[in-house]
Design a protein around this ligand. Structure first.
Ligand SMILES: [Fe+2]
Length: 237
């Protein structure tokens, strides 16, 4: 290949790559989510990547607050699948993206590898049975920066015993069990600010997240952020 020919080849190749870049790898301004072209259950599947995932393993800013524990309740089941979308595709309810970071209380550093086990009610005020049906249950593992993110539906307040105690309401909540070797397991509930049932005696304002409404590519959903802080397990001698 002569000089002129090689230069011409390189120019053509560069142009070709630019073309690929423009046509294939860069979304146009008017790009639409693929959801618009599917139907049925797939049309209701929402895959959402929140904006900024923390990259740095820097210590937490300010003081880390311990998370107030709240008891398991009767509907915890072991063996929930590992997944980041807890609800069924097309399940009724407000799509909700919950995210946050796991931290080590003593070191103020992000905690990787924490198994986060979530469960919550559906729009019928019911928990799945956790045997043959794991709707609205799932486990995730915190990333190397302690980050986690799940998608589900927003839990609603519910009556644990609607026939026997129809006026007893639980505030809306995600249940959470967080487990990490060397740390005390944390069992708690994540509550919501301005919950209509915050008169529930188990409501913990310090555990309440502030939901925000978002719309991305025409998809509306709510978000909330909840950080998880684990304390070192004390070793008895
Ligand atoms: Fe509950």
């Amino acid at each position: 290949m002569g000089k002129a020919t090689r230069r011409d080849f390189l120019q053509r190749t560069a142009l070709g790559l630019a073309g690929v870049s423009a046509a294939g790898f860069v979304l146009r301004n008017d790009a639409q989510p693929t959801l618009a072209t599917v139907s049925g259950d797939e049309a209701n599947r929402v895959l959402i990547q929140m904006g900024s995932i923390p990259r740095e393993e820097t210590p937490a800013k300010g003081e880390l607050k311990r998370v107030t524990p709240v008891s398991f309740g009767p509907w915890y089941k072991t063996g929930a699948p590992f997944r980041a979308k807890l609800s069924l595709p097309g399940e009724p309810g407000t799509t909700f993206v919950l995210s946050g970071r796991a931290w080590a209380f003593e070191t103020k550093r992000p905690l990787a590898g924490v198994v986060l086990d979530f469960w919550h009610v559906d729009m019928q005020e019911k928990y799945s049975d956790g045997v043959s049906d794991f709707r609205n249950r799932g486990r995730l593992v915190s990333s190397e920066t302690g980050y986690y993110e799940l998608e589900s539906i927003r839990p609603i307040p519910y009556r644990p015993n609607p026939s026997g105690s129809p006026n007893f309401w639980r505030c809306a909540h995600f249940h959470l069990l967080a487990v990490c070797p060397g740390y005390k397991p944390l069992v708690t509930e994540i509550h919501f600010k301005e919950d209509p049932k915050m008169s529930d005696s188990m409501y913990r304002p310090e555990n309440a997240i502030a939901p925000e409404k978002r719309t991305v590519n025409g998809l509306s959903f709510e978000t909330g952020v909840f950080d998880i802080v684990l304390e070192r397990e004390t070793v008895s001698k």
